[in-house]
Design a protein around this ligand. Structure first.
Ligand code: SF4
Length: 429
C-alpha cells in the first residue's frame, strides 16, 4: 500500500524558518558556473555557448559534458593565450574574428552566449560591449548575449542563474490587456517539462517555460505574469523578472510528491483552480509515486545524511528526504541560503536541523568525520577521498543533471540516495 501524501503542507514543529545558521567563509570545493553550459546547451536547442577562457576552462566543460567528436557541439572555448594576457593582441578583434567564423560555419545558431571566465575577468575583457557590438552586426539572424561563468566567488548552479538573468531583458513585453499567464522558471529536462505542461493543461492553467527550447520562443512577460521557480538557485533571474513586472508564487520546490503537490497548489491558488480539481488531476501520478517511494523508504529510513554545500538544491532535498523518506539530517550545508525563496522549505525542515551557509571545508570535514553519517552529499573533489575513508557519498552534480522533479521522478530521486548505500552494503558483503 502506498503512503498517504498530505495535500496541505504542515510546517514541522515550527520548522527552521528562524533557525540559526552557521555561516562559514574559507576554502571552498565547488565547480564554477561554466558547468551550467552542460545542461543549458541541451535545453535551448539553437543556442551556442562560447566560453572566453583558458585551456583549463575548455578542459572543464569538455570533460564534464563528455563531448562526442562526431557531433557538432553547441559550446566551445575561445582560448585566451599568452599574447592576449600580455596585451600583445587585441582580444576584441580576435573575439570578433572567432565569432564571425563560427556563425558563418553554423547558420543553425540563433542565439550566441559569450560566457566570461576567470581569465576574461582578470584581463577585464568587456564581454557586454562585445555582445552588443556583435549583436548589431549579426542582427536579426543571431542574438548575442553575455554572462559570467567565472569561478571567482560563485558556485556552479549560478551559471544558469547568470545565463537566464541575461535573457530576461530579451523577453517580449506582454500586452497590457493580456490574460494572466504562468511562467515556470528554471531548466527542467524535456521529459519533466512535458509532464508538467500536461498537468497544467488539465488544470486549465496557461503556462510557458523559461528557458524555452528554441531561441525565438521566448515567453512574453508583464504585470500579468505569475512565475513559479523550478530551481532554487535563480536569485538574480527572479530579481530581473520582477523588474519586468512578474510576480513570484511562493512555493516549495517540486521535489518529491509533497513538494510537487505544494508547487502545483501554489499555481492553482493563483489561478482560482480548486484543490478538488488538483487532487483529481494528480491522483494517478501520486498513487504511482507513493507506491514507488514506499520501496525506497524501506532502504533510506533512519539513515543519517550530511550535505556539503554545492548545488543549492540542498534544502529542498533535505526536506524531501526527511519528510518523505524518514532520513535524519545531520547537517544541511548550502552555498547560499536565500531565505525568501526557501521560506516554505525551511518551514518544513525538522526543528533543530543544523544549517550551514558558505564553506570552510576543513571545519566541515571535521564535523563530518565526527558525525560519521551513513551518506554524504558532496562535490566530486571531496567524494573520492571520503569514499577512501569509508564514507558513502553521492555526487551533488548528479542531482542537477538527472531529471528529479515531479511525481514520476520522485522515486528516481530517492534511488539516487539509496543506490550508493546498497553498493556499499554489497562491497562490505
Ligand atoms: S572559469 Fe575559472 S574556475 Fe572555471 S574552469 Fe575557467 S579558470 Fe577554472
Amino acid at each position: 500500500m502506498s503512503p498517504v501524501i498530505p495535500l496541505r503542507l504542515q510546517p514541522q514543529d515550527g520548522g527552521c524558518s528562524d533557525a540559526p545558521v552557521l555561516r562559514e567563509r574559507g576554502q571552498r570545493e565547488v565547480f564554477c558556473g561554466l558547468t551550467g553550459i552542460i545542461w543549458l546547451h541541451r535545453k535551448i536547442q539553437d543556442a551556442f555557448f562560447l566560453v572566453v577562457g583558458s585551456r583549463t576552462c575548455a578542459h572543464l566543460i569538455q570533460s564534464a559534458a563528455g563531448v562526442m567528436i562526431f557531433a557538432e557541439p553547441r559550446f566551445a572555448t575561445a582560448i585566451i593565450d599568452e599574447r592576449d594576457l600580455a596585451g600583445l593582441a587585441d582580444a576584441n578583434e580576435e573575439l570578433d574574428r572567432v565569432v564571425t567564423r563560427l556563425l558563418e560555419r553554423r547558420p543553425d545558431i540563433k542565439m550566441l552566449f559569450l560566457v566570461g571566465s576567470c581569465p576574461s575577468e582578470v584581463i577585464k575583457l568587456d564581454l557586454s560591449r562585445a555582445a552588443s557590438r556583435l549583436s548589431q552586426r549579426f542582427n536579426p539572424h543571431v542574438r548575442v548575449l553575455n554572462y559570467s561563468g567565472s569561478g571567482i566567488e560563485t558556485t556552479f548552479t549560478q551559471g544558469e542563474d547568470a545565463c537566464l538573468a541575461s535573457l530576461v531583458p530579451e523577453l517580449p513585453a506582454a500586452p497590457a490587456s493580456s490574460a494572466t499567464e504562468l511562467m515556470v522558471v528554471g531548466t527542467l529536462a524535456d521529459v519533466v517539462e512535458d509532464q508538467f505542461a500536461r498537468v497544467f493543461d488539465q488544470l486549465g492553467i496557461p503556462v510557458r517555460f523559461f528557458p524555452p527550447r528554441q531561441a525565438n520562443a521566448l515567453p512574453p512577460i508583464g504585470a500579468h505574469t505569475r512565475y513559479l521557480l523550478a530551481q532554487p538557485f535563480l536569485a538574480d533571474t527572479a530579481r530581473a523578472l520582477e523588474g519586468r513586472g512578474a510576480q513570484r508564487l511562493p512555493a516549495p520546490f517540486p521535489l518529491g510528491v509533497e513538494g510537487t503537490m505544494a508547487w502545483l497548489a501554489a499555481a492553482c491558488d493563483a489561478f482560482g483552480v480548486s484543490r478538488t480539481r488538483l487532487e483529481a488531476v494528480t491522483a494517478a501520478a501520486r498513487e504511482r509515486a507513493g507506491t514507488a517511494l514506499a520501496r525506497q523508504r524501506a532502504q533510506l529510513e533512519n539513515k543519517r545524511i550530511f550535505f556539503f554545500p554545492d548545488s543549492q538544491l540542498e534544502v529542498p532535498l533535505a526536506r524531501f528526504l526527511s519528510r518523505e523518506m524518514g532520513m535524519q539530517l545531520v547537517e544541511v550545508g548550502t552555498p547560499y541560503l536565500h531565505r525568501q525563496h526557501l521560506a516554505e522549505e525551511l518551514a518544513m525542515l525538522p526543528a533543530g536541523t543544523r544549517l550551514s551557509e558558505g564553506q570552510h571545508v576543513e571545519n566541515q570535514l571535521d564535523r563530518c568525520h565526527a558525525e560519521q553519517p551513513d551518506i554524504v552529499v558532496c562535490g566530486l573533489g571531496l567524494a573520492n577521498p571520503l569514499e577512501a575513508q569509508g564514507l558513502t557519498t553521492k555526487w551533488a552534480i548528479e542531482l542537477v543533471f538527472t531529471p528529479i522533479q515531479g511525481f514520476d521522478q520522485a522515486a528516481d530521486l530517492a534511488e539516487l540516495f539509496s543506490r550508493p548505500l546498497t553498493r556499499r552494503l554489497k562491497l562490505a558483503a
